[in-house]
Design a protein around this ligand. Structure first.
Ligand SMILES: Cc1cc2nc3c(=O)[nH]c(=O)nc-3n(C[C@H](O)[C@H](O)[C@H](O)COP(=O)(O)OP(=O)(O)OC[C@H]3O[C@@H](n4cnc5c(N)ncnc54)[C@H](O)[C@@H]3O)c2cc1C
Length: 558
């Protein structure tokens, strides 16, 4: 039987599909973010990222994000004449994203702004980074490492003076060229080796003084994971006679020649595919020592701390993007006679995702504000303990949270065009790099054991919410009892490190929500995450004003 053209046309009428979530401002549409920025900063801080938010939510930015992930970076080991060049070729969309991220001041800009007296430079940059990462998360890696390099470079005044203005620049100036000819530069880090990543003391790369008057060293060895090998400068760990030492390795030497830095291959990664992560070989690579011999871990720890902050910001951003897409979809999709968003069980799922996302945002911004206030001993001690807590907890919660958000879109969520697969592949990364889950949980123990002021800072901070919710008060007491029961029992303490980190992080998040979030958000958090019987299943809330929480989280266009 022949199908009539009108019957064919009927087949192609599309109903009940959600429109794409583009054209919204990811800053102003994110109430938890805007309230957090106003809480720790000023209206001016917020106003300064509204334009970024509009650009990040535009259809153009979303398209560049997709393209940068479809067209992966390629290693270009030789030029057409056979010269070794070790460059990486990127799709134009990667450069589009990088240019704007740098231009919005998301690389090392806040360090200079802070030095010039700006009060909320790190908060502004953190909120901007979270919003801009909605475009796609992979290019955040070189941006983060550039941000993070500056506090470590400060171990040497002359080196910091040489590199900071370029790293803090708002000009994206790609290409392997002499830094003295560039308008801006990017930084990376080389710690992980084949035989050990977390345990950097097992590094085998050797550094020998070159013997020249310039005091440089030469490096011989390899690095197993060095992301963004096209960057201009790297902080690299290597062994000297004094032990593990930190070095500054430029791609191009002051005389304009290329430093020896062989990119052996690019990693074929689960996610983060827009970004290049490489294996390197060094054989006579020129390096400048940063900090004393044998103090390499101490020196690079400042870079590690700043990148860990970005892991938290990046994960909070992934959560926000995921719950935005989920709440948007269920608002526009109907099943069994009504909108999904009106189904009690779907409200339970989306409200729970929203609370998880809001708790992550609140903690991320609190941490960024602590960086602004590091001169204050409470802020410094709080950052010391809250950073590994947040890195462990927020990054660990992200994969399951994103998976659940993906499921809200049904089959559409499993299809690349929905962006959910990209978020899903990216979700575990922040928990792996810069100290995997266990390493951060153990770092919490290290901080508690060596620096008594950090527990005081945690107690003071969570104590500010005391009396606001009885469940939080109880959870604070239970957590202190847990710390007391584990202290002095090294093996039990190590075995229980995740349990302790989870509790301390959740209590800290709960305290921020009780102090600052609307009651319906804090209520759900305390009833679930702070309950001794919480089993972690999302969408299994026992009551609460679910509709109000879903409405608060659902983005609106404009
Ligand atoms: C996409 C990506 C980009 C990266 N980019 C860079 C980069 O630019 N520069 C760089 O230097 N590195 C980079 N890394 C490497 C990353 O930082 C390491 O993979 C990470 O630190 C873990 O080290 P590892 O792989 O050697 O694992 P290992 O150290 O072998 O750890 C394996 C597992 O053991 C656990 N573990 C380790 N010690 C203990 C302990 N004492 N008790 C209990 N459990 C423990 C860890 O938590 C982990 O789960 C990148 C990794 C990825 C995935």
């Amino acid at each position: 039987m022949q199908t009539s053209s009108s019957a064919r046309a009927d087949l192609r009428v599309v109903t009940n599909q959600a429109p794409p979530l583009t054209g919204h401002n990811v800053v102003t549409a994110d109430t938890a973010l805007t309230e957090g920025v106003l809480r720790h900063g000023t209206q001016e801080t917020l106003d300064s990222i509204v334009g970024l938010g509009a650009e990040a939510g535009s259809a153009e930015a979303r398209e560049h994000g997709q393209l940068a992930n479809e067209h992966h970076p390629e290693l270009v080991p030789y030029d057409r004449y056979g010269h070794r060049i070790d460059e990486v070729a990127f799709h134009p969309s990667w450069h589009w994203l990088m240019e704007r991220a740098v231009g919005h001041g998301l690389a090392a800009t806040p360090w200079e702004e802070q030095a010039e007296g700006a009060q909320h430079a790190h908060l502004r940059r953190a909120a901007g980074f979270m919003a801009w990462s909605h475009t796609e998360p992979g290019h955040g890696c070189p941006i983060s490492m550039t941000y993070a390099a500056v506090p470590a470079l400060r171990a040497d005044e002359a080196i910091a003076k040489e590199w900071t203005p370029l790293l803090a620049s708002r000009r994206y100036d790609p290409g392997v060229r002499n830094p003295s000819e560039k308008l801006g530069a990017l930084a990376g880090m080389g710690m992980t080796e084949k035989q050990g990543g977390s345990d950097v003391r097992a590094n085998v790369t050797r550094a020998q003084p070159s013997g020249g008057l310039d005091g440089t060293y030469t490096l011989h060895g390899h690095k197993w994971f060095t992301s963004a090998p096209m960057n201009d400068v790297f902080l690299v760990l290597a062994q000297t006679d004094g032990g593990v030492t930190c070095f500054v390795v430029p791609r191009v030497l002051p005389d304009g020649t290329r430093n020896q830095l062989d990119v052996v291959r690019l990693k074929d990664k689960l996610g983060n595919r827009s970004n290049a992560s490489s294996e390197l070989e060094m054989d006579g690579t020129v390096a400048v020592r940063l900090g004393d011999e044998g103090r390499g871990v101490r020196t690079i720890i400042e870079m590690v701390a700043a990148t860990r902050l970005d892991c938290v910001l990046g994960s909070a951003s992934l959560m926000r993007r995921a719950v935005s897409e989920a709440s948007w979809h269920v608002t526009h999709r109907s099943a069994f006679g009504s909108r999904l968003v009106d189904k009690p069980l779907m409200q339970n799922v989306v409200a729970d995702l929203a609370v998880e996302s809001e708790a992550a945002t609140a903690l991320a911004l609190r941490l960024a504000s602590a960086v602004d206030g590091l001169a204050d001993p409470h802020e410094a001690a709080l950052r010391r303990i809250a950073l590994p807590l947040a890195k462990f907890w927020v990054c660990k919660r992200t994969p399951m949270m994103v998976a659940e958000a993906l499921e809200c879109l049904g089959g559409n969520g499993y299809v690349e065009e929905s962006v959910m697969p990209l978020l899903y592949r990216e979700a575990p990364l922040n928990s792996v790099w810069e100290g995997s889950g266990n390493v951060n949980a153990l770092d919490v123990l290290r901080a508690l054991g060596r620096e008594p002021e950090v527990l005081d800072a945690w107690i003071t901070e969570v104590g500010r919410a005391r009396g606001g919710d009885a469940r939080l008060d109880r959870a604070i007491e239970d957590t202190l009892a847990l710390i007391g029961s584990l202290m002095g029992e090294p093996e039990a303490m190590e075995r229980g490190a995740r349990r302790l980190a989870s509790r301390m992080a959740a209590v800290l998040q709960g305290s921020l929500l009780v102090r600052f979030a609307p009651p319906e958000v804090a209520d759900i958090f305390c009833a679930s995450r702070l309950s001794p019987s919480y089993d972690g299943v999302l969408g299994a809330l026992d009551g609460g004003d679910l509709r109000a929480v879903v409405e608060r989280t659902t983005p609106t266009l404009g």
